[in-house]
Write a protein of this length. Structure first.
Ligand SMILES: Nc1ncnc2c1ncn2[C@@H]1O[C@H](COP(=O)(O)OP(=O)(O)OP(=O)(O)O)[C@@H](O)[C@H]1O
Ligand SMILES: [Mg+2]
Length: 217
């Protein structure tokens, strides 16, 4: 598949499959097209010269409402830039995907509390995002991406603003939880130590995606 922004081409002939229970990492320099590819796979941006399928269905053939429902109910997102809602508590932020899917407040908050507990954040659940550390808020974003047990999680630099020790901890929790839920994880990262923990690895360079041998560093 390709992606163009006007006359410039951000993704060139990329081909990739994500499988449930597997983590796929993409590394590459800033501006190489990693986030752009992620947005194509998640049905956020439409592709040119190719197609994206989810459970056999072509995303390009879905109408806006079907695509929104798919993203909301079946996909989880950890965005490159922090995005917790400041007026909601940690627990309410985490419960958001369930609330958007129409679940009642009590069970949604209970499910959020459970995921927060698994990520070591139970004590923070009544705080606002401004009252937790940067690393804690990244873990909350991870909890929110997993709370509705999505089929696919798209994680764009989920450990971006963390030191290497915290990044390793967050990543380990994230991957264990995702794997135990049978989630397909797409992990975009600058960090080769993070990428080394993935089942499948790719690099992106100037819009071109290349698979890497397992075991290569
Ligand atoms: N909305 C946009 N309109 C036009 N050009 C864009 C847009 N978004 C990204 N680009 C360009 O497309 C190219 C790929 O950008 P992208 O955000 O996918 O890179 P990236 O690999 O995610 O970089 P980073 O590691 O810095 O996040 C860059 O040259 C960027 O400037
Ligand atoms: Mg990016």
């Amino acid at each position: 598949m390709d992606l163009h922004y006007g006359s410039s081409q951000a993704v060139r002939g990329a081909s990739i499959a994500l499988r449930r229970g597997e983590v796929t990492a993409i590394t590459g320099q800033s501006g190489s097209g990693k986030s752009s590819l992620l947005y194509c796979l998640a049905g956020v941006l439409p592709v040119a010269n190719g197609e994206v399928r989810f459970e056999g269905r072509l995303l390009g053939e879905l109408d806006d409402e079907e695509l929104s429902a798919l993203r909301r109910d079946r996909f989880g997102f950890v965005f490159q830039y922090g995005e917790l809602l400041p007026e909601l508590t940690v627990e309410e932020n985490t419960a958001l995907p369930l609330r958007l899917a129409g679940q009642r407040k009590a069970p949604a908050l209970a499910a959020a509390g459970e995921v927060l507990g698994r990520l070591g954040l139970a004590d923070l659940r009544d705080r606002r995002p401004s009252q937790v550390s940067g690393g804690q808020s990244q873990r909350v974003a991870v909890a929110r991406a997993l709370v509705h047990r999505p089929a696919v999680v798209f994680a764009d630099e989920p450990t971006g603003s963390l030191d290497s020790e915290n990044a390793a901890t967050v990543l380990k929790e994230f991957l264990e939880l995702a794997r135990s839920q049978g989630t397909a994880v797409l992990l975009v990262t600058h960090d080769s130590a993070v990428a080394a923990q993935a089942d499948n690895r790719y690099t992106m360079s100037d819009g071109v995606l290349t698979a890497r041998e397992q075991g290569a560093s």
